[in-house]
Design a protein. Structure first.
Length: 154
């Protein structure tokens, strides 16, 4: 039963991480658009707007999460590296690499600017953090190990 649940757990974690990255991407898009328009920073930020924009961004983030996240998960599991900070760092790299991989296409006109790199890096880090929190093993959790009641430590 455990072996049947593991692929579903990984798939759900990758999908939820992709949605978290899309939600942060939608939030950052709204904030940076307000900054560029010289409006108050949080003027157009609303929960409904972020939700529907993140649903649209899921068309980009879910495929990137599955194509890059699944091999990275298998590699990290093999070397016992599933930690939240590792997943966050790899999510940041995957977010930037997933978008800018179009630059490898011949005759593609692409310029790399720091604001989109920051956007994609932060949204990838959010996605990686969610995936890392969902997939970490109990031995890597932040809570202390449970002790037996009534047994004194030497």
């Amino acid at each position: 039963m455990t072996s049947l649940r593991q692929p579903f757990r990984v798939g759900a974690a990758l999908t939820l991480g992709a949605f978290a990255g899309a939600a942060e991407l939608a939030f950052l898009l709204t904030v940076f658009a307000n900054i560029d328009s010289h409006l108050p920073v949080f003027k157009d930020v609303s929960l409904v707007g972020i939700f529907w924009t993140s649903v649209a961004f899921c068309l980009f983030t879910i495929p990137v999460s599955w194509v890059l996240g699944l091999p990275l998960y298998l590699l990290m599991k093999r070397f016992n590296l599933i930690r939240v900070w590792v997943c966050s760092l790899l999510g940041c790299i995957a977010g930037v690499a997933g978008f800018y991989s179009i630059c490898f296409v011949p005759d593609a006109q692409c310029t790399v600017e720091w604001i989109p790199v920051m956007w994609l890096g932060l949204s990838g880090a959010a996605a990686g953090t969610v995936v890392g929190l969902l997939l970490r093993s109990p031995s890597n959790s932040l809570s202390p190990a449970p002790r037996c009641a009534g047994v004194a430590s030497p």
